[in-house]
Design a protein around this ligand. Structure first.
Ligand code: WQD
Length: 345
């Protein structure tokens, strides 16, 4: 019997790619999304890729009554993957109350409803931002590295939501949870049918790179080249979004089908640190497209260097990031070309 999984934020970047991989693994998927930062035609794209149309409910996770109705309508839901959240670091500084209300209320509603509807497990979309800037001796960063004071309300919501889940489980809630701390998810599905659709001027590096390559942006700015790194630019752990999606399937299987601990945490990264300059050089080599870029002052709030030690996920989840940075960047460029071909960007 196919297990049914609720994917909140399932028309978003990571949620849509995860839905495809869940379907490929034989799960039935119900997507809940308020479409505040994505479009419902992503559902068509998911169906085109996997051959299966996920159920879709246009609902806001902050609406307790509506969410209760979703679980009543789909009584087979056994697990949840919770992506739905506001996630722009800069915007969270300008609108902290919106971020706290949205990101806390949506999780609290799910935790309230899980026991009532016999939902066994939840996978929470967390972030390496909980580590802040790890101390040199803690790089590459493991799950036991110290949690640092968040540098933004967005990062704080990730930290506090981890604590909310922990306290709920420690209080005896009849559920299990896995917290997945992502590093930098990038790229698009190899079919170029789904991908990252930033609103307006991209904040994140990869969409800015591909839009510069496409001539939509005049010049890419590298924020800072005076960091304490080999080439002076920041270092990150860039992980292919499809590999990240597959990690969620492994985590869901572990929560639902094994007698694993009630609460586990995993870093989901490649284990390889890549500088901004190295990324640009890799993009140019992978695509043959020359990028117009220049150094610019540092961006406030940027972490200097962070990358994962993914050994625990490799060993315990049986998951490993397999895609090369070159292939990942090729997928991002193929997606940008498709958007241009369809007149979408
Ligand atoms: C990456 C690197 C920039 C743009 C954030 C969140 C994280 C996650 C991913 C949600 C940095 C540099 C960027 C540009 C640049 N968000 N850069 N020029 O800040 O590492 O992580 O997004 O899930 O939680 O914190 O990602 O892509 O913004 O930046 O030089 O035009 O690229 O300085 O070093 P970041 P990013």
């Amino acid at each position: 019997m196919k297990q049914t999984i609720l994917v909140t934020g399932g028309t978003g970047f990571i949620g849509s790619h995860t839905t495809v991989e869940l379907q490929n693994a034989g799960y039935k998927v119900v997507i809940v999304d308020n479409l505040s930062n994505s479009k419902s035609d992503v559902i068509d794209g998911i169906e085109k890729i996997s051959g299966v149309r996920p159920a879709f409910e246009h609902v806001d996770c902050c609406d307790l009554k509506a969410m209760d109705g979703v679980f009543t309508k789909y009584p087979d839901i056994q697990g949840i993957i919770h992506f739905a959240a506001s996630k722009a670091v800069g915007e969270s500084v300008e609108k902290p109350l919106l971020y706290y209300r949205n990101n806390f209320t949506s999780l609290l509603n799910l935790l309230d409803l899980m026991p009532k509807h016999n939902v066994k497990g939840i996978i929470f979309s967390s972030s390496c931002t909980v580590y802040g800037q790890p101390d040199p001796e803690n790089l590459p960063v493991t799950e036991s590295a110290p949690i640092k004071k968040a540098e933004s309300p967005y990062g704080n919501t990730k930290q506090v939501n981890e604590e909310i889940i922990t306290d709920d489980i420690n209080s005896g809630a009849p559920i299990k949870a896995i917290l997945l701390r992502y590093f930098n998810p990038i790229g698009s599905h190899p079919s170029a049918i789904i991908g990252e659709m930033p609103n307006g001027v991209p904040m994140n590096l990869i969409p800015y790179v591909t839009q510069t390559a496409m001539g939509i942006r005049e010049q890419l700015k590298i924020f800072g080249n005076d960091y304490d790194t080999p080439d002076g630019t920041c270092i990150r752990d860039y992980i292919y979004v499809v590999d990240l999606a597959k990690a969620h399937v492994k985590a869901m299987q572990r929560v639902l089908d094994t007698d694993s601990d009630k609460l586990e945490v995993f870093n989901i990264g490649t284990g390889k640190g890549v500088s901004t300059l190295e990324l640009i050089e890799t993009f140019q080599k992978a695509t043959g497209v020359k990028l117009n870029w220049a150094y610019a002052p540092r961006r406030a709030g940027d972490i200097e260097k962070v990358w994962a030690n993914p050994d625990k996920a490799n060993k315990v989840l049986g998951w490993k990031a397999e895609t090369s940075l070159e292939d990942t960047l090729k997928s991002a460029w193929k997606w940008q070309q498709k958007l241009r071909k369809e007149g979408l960007q």
